[in-house]
Design a protein around this ligand. Structure first.
Ligand SMILES: C[S@@+](CC[C@H](N)C(=O)[O-])C[C@H]1O[C@@H](n2cnc3c(N)ncnc32)[C@H](O)[C@@H]1O
Length: 227
């Protein structure tokens, strides 16, 4: 009895630690390679787990973006950490969107699935395999830069945000998401409340920074590059 109890406790603690490291925080405390590897091996399940509702995506995600793009003739959009092409797919589906979308992600398998989804849109969609804190684009390139449900998995959210602001055109819009909800504070040392998150975007030079409640686990946070 004296021997089994500590062993059971140690096993339970180890199991919880592994669950936190690999499932809750998706490998972020083990480095970028682990995060990307986890997405590579689970990519085939992603859309099935997420079950995106096309009507909700159009109403709560795409419509606010189209309002911001309404005066831009042929918008060029960058979606960082595009995954299986959620945002490019729904944006290109919108009849009033006549621009092009570049999707960037570090996971080869997620991009393969995005490629299949976006094939019908031909040259209006393109995909790049790269990490978010080294965007392979010149300054001031995109009318809109988005990054959904991903910042908390990057080695440094600030470094990636700085890159997104760099490639955004003056006057362009940034839309990113802030993790919230019951698991958000388990991202120890990485969690930011609304004020802290908005302060990061303001310090990076954005104006009109504001937060819209969106899903249970994510807020949408908008900002505009001055100019
Ligand atoms: C939860 S998914 C979100 C995908 C998509 N934005 C969506 O809303 O469905 C997170 C994505 O971030 C990507 N990712 C994680 N770390 C990355 C990094 N350092 N650079 C680029 N992409 C990364 C993963 O490969 C994955 O596709």
């Amino acid at each position: 009895m004296n021997f089994w109890l500590p062993l059971l406790l140690a096993t339970a603690v180890l199991a919880l630690l592994l669950y936190w490291l690999f499932i809750t925080t998706e490998g972020v405390y083990l480095g970028r390679r682990v995060v990307v590897w986890l997405y590579d091996i689970t990519a085939h399940k992603y859309d099935g787990i997420k079950e995106f509702d096309p009507d909700a995506e159009q109403f709560f995600l795409i419509r606010p973006l189209l309002v911001r793009l309404r005066r831009v003739p042929n918008p060029l959009v960058l979606d960082v950490a595009t995954g299986t092409g959620r945002l490019p797919g729904f944006l290109l589906d919108a009849p009033t969107f006549n621009g092009r979308v570049v999707g960037l992600d570090a996971s080869e398998k997620m991009l393969q699935l995005a490629g299949e989804k976006l094939r019908p849109y031909g040259h209006r969609a393109s995909l790049v395999q790269q990490v978010a804190d080294r965007l392979p684009f010149p300054h001031d390139q995109f009318d809109l830069v988005t990054c959904l449900e991903a910042l908390e998995f990057f080695p440094s959210d600030t470094a990636a945000l700085r890159e997104m602001v760099r490639v955004l055109k003056p006057g362009g819009t940034l839309l990113v998401t802030r993790r919230k909800g019951s698991e958000a504070k388990l991202f120890v040392g990485r969690y930011r409340n609304v004020a802290q998150f908005e302060a990061v975007l303001t310090e990076l030079g954005l104006e009109e920074v504001h937060t819209n409640p969106w899903q249970m686990d994510y807020d949408q946070v908008f900002g505009k590059k001055p100019g």
